[in-house]
Design a protein around this ligand. Structure first.
Ligand SMILES: C[S@@+](CC[C@H](N)C(=O)[O-])C[C@H]1O[C@@H](n2cnc3c(N)ncnc32)[C@H](O)[C@@H]1O
Length: 613
């Protein structure tokens, strides 16, 4: 019984909740106040709530709303703990009052600031915990499930719905007390008040701002749990696509998601941070005060002051401290309030009275071994990855975890160079969305020719500089939108150490000598069974136009790296179902420890054509 409830609730959740949650794209809408989160360490586990035993279904009466039952798939019936209160604040006279709900607050199924107890049984792809609550609701539409109960027609069999409550900063399995701040159409959102039964995977965050700062969602979780959830997340988004054909009688199940890999450098790893500040406040005549310099709060778009970011490298933190002190001094004397050209720009403008976004980027050490942190978007910097030097503009894209990039590069190169069905390694590589050439240049020694394409012209200029700097001569780069690699296939010049034909040197054949001959070949002339296409698009994934062209181009293998597993899964469906590929491996990378983000590599191989006799 419980299983069927959970299955249906999960399916309903996937349909109803995932999309809106994903649409929020990381912008959490909690209430504009800070919440004190307390938890009890596993060793001293106890609960402050009333413990009710021996009931399969527990309820409490709300004003104006139906009876709410709270229980969970993970708790045995006598584990269920229920409490109900509405949080209050003190007025000017010290009297307690319930805060007024926001104007558009939907009053069902929970009251504003109602406190409930839930067991966390899953996490969303945004890192929020999910607890399920059975609500009796006559207005329920199609998602009516039969409640856990005797099945004997007794009161416990009353129709009810599983209602999802989402709360941040929790670990799966925990029993938590939460305060509702919003009822959506199909689920409610709550703040964590107290962890009543902590998970063994709850750990002390390193950052005192964990939970308040929106940068990290998982610092309170053991690394093992973080990576396990990242693997599950990649698996879930791929499964949700219900990709046809990968699990057929002909091919069997062609993939499983491998465990998320990373390194032990789970703090002090980020080689780039971009804190913001708002224009200083005028507090007197010619007197100003700079308030927060930091990141967006987890609960709203306001800033939280972040004096130090433990996931950034120590060199970045040292520079950041220096810059913060300087900015506070500048602000005091009104320097940051002077209008600049960017005055009209919102936060995100770089300088001027509207505040700014700062940049800190950790480059290779200087020639004396001193750390270099670049703060100017227009400055060039160099990062060495596996003995290759990459120069790029500090304001341009480059991966931000120098510990994990080598693992990603190794995986891409390994996938790209595997022998094809013909038994020989592929000879041609297209690197779409190539940035300053990371994958093409890293794989170049294994290919006859690599062609990279990238929208950002400056990045392409740098890709050429990087090729030269690393003495790589078989890479070619194009500044254009990715689909142009197929629609306007660039011609490239290949050198081959073949003996020239008799006509090439006026019949003057010097037997035994080889001359480096040049030949031109266009990308659309590459033999497809020897061609691999690497794609590494921004989080929104590949455009439809690009994918259509890719299917038509029909390469032997597609190696798809992504920082957006959900859009990658969407694209994977088309690549398999329309393009005629099969998924051969899925490898997530923990490129952003302590956060909900995960990088994922999916490798596709052209399906063999079925021959009918
Ligand atoms: C995730 S980054 C990958 C860069 C590179 N593979 C690396 O790891 O350094 C995505 C890149 O795609 C580029 N980009 C965005 N839209 C594009 C488009 N329509 N066509 C080509 N490149 C695009 C961005 O400028 C960015 O450099």
């Amino acid at each position: 019984m419980t299983v069927s409830i959970m299955t249906r609730a999960t399916a309903a959740f996937q349909r109803s909740f995932m999309a809106p949650v994903a649409r929020k794209a990381g912008v959490l809408q909690g209430p504009p106040y800070s919440t004190t989160i307390s938890y009890i360490s596993p060793s001293t586990s106890s609960t402050t709530s009333n413990r009710i035993t021996g009931a399969a279904r527990l309820g409490f009466q709300q004003r104006n709303t139906p009876t709410i039952a709270v229980y969970s798939s993970l708790a045995s019936p006598d584990e269920n703990t229920v409490s109900t209160t509405t949080t209050t604040t003190a007025d000017d006279n010290g009297a307690e009052k319930t805060p007024a709900p926001p104007r558009r607050f939907i009053p069902k199924p929970f009251e504003y600031h109602q406190v409930i107890t839930i067991r966390i049984d899953s996490l969303t792809n945004m890192g929020w915990g999910i607890g399920r609550v059975a609500i009796e609701d006559d207005e329920s539409e199609e998602e009516i499930v039969t409640e856990v109960g005797g099945g004997d027609g007794s009161e416990t069999d009353a129709p009810s719905r599983m209602w999802v409550v989402m709360v941040p900063h929790v670990v799966v399995g925990e029993l938590v007390s939460v305060r509702i701040f919003r009822n959506q159409k199909n689920y409610s959102e709550a703040d964590l008040i107290e962890v009543l039964e902590p998970s063994a995977h709850r750990v002390e965050p390193k950052c005192p701002l964990a939970g308040t700062c929106g940068g990290c969602q998982y610092q309170h979780m053991s690394l093992e749990a973080q990576r396990e959830w990242k693997t599950k997340h990649v698996e879930e988004v791929l499964s949700q696509q219900q990709i046809q054909g990968y699990e057929s009688a002909d091919y069997g199940k062609t993939w499983e998601v491998l465990p998320t890999v990373g390194t032990d450098d789970v703090y002090g790893y980020r080689s780039k941070i971009t804190p913001h500040y708002q224009a200083p406040r005028e507090i007197g005549l010619d007197e100003y005060q700079l308030e927060e310099i930091g990141f967006q709060r987890s609960s709203n778009r306001n800033l939280v002051d972040v004096p130090e970011c433990p996931i950034a490298t120590p060199a970045i933190n040292a520079k950041y401290k220096e810059v913060r002190e300087h900015l506070h001094k500048q602000a005091k004397i009104g320097e940051l309030n002077k209008p600049t050209k960017q005055k009209k720009r919102k936060r995100g403008g770089r300088g001027g009275a509207t505040g700014a976004t700062l940049l800190f980027r950790h480059a290779d050490d200087d020639e004396n071994g001193n750390p270099v942190v670049v703060t100017d978007h227009k400055e060039y910097m160099t990062t060495t990855i596996k003995d290759l030097k990459f120069r790029y503009l500090a304001g341009n894209f480059f991966q931000v975890n120098n510990f994990v990039i080598p693992l990603m590069v190794d995986a891409v190169v390994k996938a790209a160079t595997q022998p094809t069905k013909k038994g020989t390694p592929p000879s041609y590589l297209l690197d779409c969305y190539c940035g300053s050439g990371l994958f093409a240049l890293s794989a170049a020694s294994s290919f006859d020719a690599c062609v990279g394409i990238e929208l950002n012209e400056k990045a392409i200029e740098e890709a050429y500089v990087n090729a030269e700097m690393n003495s790589i001569s078989n890479c070619h780069f194009v500044a254009a939108s990715a689909e142009a690699i197929f629609t306007s296939p660039p011609k490239i010049e290949l050198s081959s150490d073949e003996p020239p034909s008799s006509g090439d040197n006026n019949g003057d054949i010097d037997a035994g000598n080889t001359t480096t001959a040049k030949r031109e070949i266009a990308v659309n002339e590459f033999p497809r069974d020897q061609t691999v296409v690497v794609v590494d698009p921004p989080r929104k994934g590949c455009s439809e136009e690009f994918l259509k062209q890719l299917y038509d181009y029909n390469p032997e293998r597609i190696v798809y790296m992504s920082c957006g597993p959900a859009t990658q899964a969407r694209d994977a469906k088309g690549i398999v179902e329309i393009g005629g590929y099969e998924i051969v491996s899925v490898q997530p990378f923990d490129l952003f420890p302590q956060t909900k983000h995960v990088e994922s590599l999916v490798v596709f191989e052209k399906k063999p054509v079925a021959i009918e006799f």
